[in-house]
Design a protein around this ligand. Structure first.
Ligand SMILES: [Zn+2]
Length: 131
């Protein structure tokens, strides 16, 4: 049974089912329309261990040769703090978010201001400043 075959809440916290939220982007059925959608899909991909999606949506200029799995880390929450740019008509996106993680040492937070660019019509993650 595939990961999209049963209903469950999407890890990104929209309250939608995975299959109609980030699942559509993970399967390639649709492309992200906004930088925020792409950011959410990358968070969900990390949460579900779908590192292919993380790699595919990373700009070739900045992506690592390999995306390292975050073993022992659970992604327990995502909060979008500010969308500076990255709408359907933009070419550059800036989205600030906070992710809550649970690891061997307990809960921690990851706070980043991410930059995105649209490349051949497709949103890509460029880099982020940890704040
Ligand atoms: Zn989602």
């Amino acid at each position: 049974m595939g990961i999209t075959d049963y209903p469950r809440l999407c890890p990104c916290g929209t309250g939608s089912n995975y299959g109609v939220c980030c699942g559509r982007l993970h399967s390639g059925a649709v492309q992200a329309r906004t930088a925020e959608e792409l950011m959410r899909s990358r968070y969900s991909a990390y949460a579900l261990g779908n590192l292919d999606h993380v790699f595919r949506t990373w700009h070739p200029k900045t992506r690592p040769s390999d995306v390292t799995p975050m073993d022992g880390i659970a992604f327990v929450g995502l909060e979008v703090l500010e969308i500076v740019a990255g709408g359907p008509d933009d070419d550059i996106g800036v989205v600030e978010f906070r992710a809550r993680l649970r690891g061997p040492d307990g809960l921690s937070e990851f706070h980043e201001r991410s930059r995105f660019s649209r490349r051949a019509g497709q949103w890509m993650y460029v880099d982020g400043a940890i704040t």
